[in-house]
Design a protein around this ligand. Structure first.
Ligand code: UTP
Length: 292
């Protein structure tokens, strides 16, 4: 069995739900307390044993590249102030994994973005981490998917139940139970952005998928799907219909950083954990809740 060492993070979307800020600021660099959102994804991959990460970007997102680099001038200024622990933390971040960057050039959908990674991936299974989806979990979600792959050697999609009035924004999966498995099922079909009545189930793909390189030929032959974009879900659907793909209801709380409320919620959750902010944020929330 081939080891999984590579992950792709598509982060080349337009970010229209985060306008106006996303018109000038790369939303992946917006902070969750004191770490840019993208850093949480790279950390999750590195903690799962991934060594090489390709971030798919577009114009105006070069700042991500700077973040995963050393900065001798800035570090000299920090050293002059005795901030050695802070320098060490910056180095730890830059050394978490080999981080590569590639521009998508045209914003033509998640499927198109993943298709750009063919030469990076080669003939190995790989993870796709949706750049907007941050997931806080005990065991990294990438690792949870890798465990399934190591057992069954087939593509695995991370899924969660989605409320009936929200599923039109996501996908809906047709699944069959697997004997002896509780959170794992076999997906045989799916639909992207279902209209009312078209849903197979309340399970949607959220945030993480583990794919095999066969997906690239499928992506190359995709027709534009929902929203006129090349949808990764349409490619996974083909694999599901042909051979089935595994659907894992992963453990973890997922926040959509592409939405204003998801971004704020992730900050509150992490703000309640961070040693420098947790006491003040807790006090503030308790006081605030009296006024709600
Ligand atoms: P979304 O459609 O949810 O994000 O894509 P978006 O386009 O950035 O945001 P809105 O909808 O306009 O607010 C899901 C993920 O796929 C990436 C996005 O960056 C996001 O992480 N993506 C999407 C690409 O990399 N390329 C694309 O062409 C489209």
């Amino acid at each position: 069995m081939k080891r999984i060492t590579k992950a792709i993070i598509p982060a080349a979307g337009l970010g229209t739900r985060m306008l106006p800020v996303s018109a000038a600021v790369c939303k992946e660099m917006l902070p969750i307390v004191d770490l840019p959102a993208i850093c949480h994804l790279v950390e999750e991959a590195a903690n799962s044993g991934i060594t090489d990460i390709l971030i798919i970007t577009n114009r105006g997102k070069d700042i991500m590249e700077d973040f995963f680099d050393f900065s001798p001038e800035y570090e000299a200024a920090l050293a002059a102030k005795g901030k050695l622990a802070e320098i060490e933390r910056l180095h730890e971040i830059a050394d978490m994994a080999n981080v590569y960057f590639l521009r998508q050039k045209e914003t033509r959908g998640l499927g198109h973005a993943v298709g750009r990674a063919r030469s990076f991936v080669g003939d190995e299974p790989f993870l796709v981490m949706y750049g907007d989806d941050i997931i806080f979990s005990k065991r990294p979600v990438c690792r949870q998917l890798m465990d399934v792959y190591e057992k069954y050697e087939k593509p695995v999609v991370g899924v969660k139940p989605v409320a009936a009035d929200q599923i039109y924004k996501y996908s809906s999966l047709k699944v069959e139970p697997i004997e002896g498995e509780d959170k794992l099922s076999l997906c045989t079909d799916m639909i992207e952005k279902p209209k009312a009545g078209q849903e197979f189930s309340n399970l949607s793909i959220l945030g993480r998928v583990l794919l095999t390189p066969e997906v690239f030929d499928i992506i190359d032959n995709l027709e534009p799907g929902a929203g006129g974009e090349y949808q990764l879900t349409d490619a996974i659907k083909k694999m599901a219909r042909q051979d089935g793909v595994y659907a894992l209801e992963f453990e973890g709380d997922r926040y959509d950083l592409g939405s204003k409320s998801g971004f704020l919620m992730a900050n509150i959750v992490k703000g309640l954990e961070h040693p420098e902010t947790k006491d003040e944020i807790r006090k503030f929330i308790l006081e605030l809740s009296d006024r709600l």
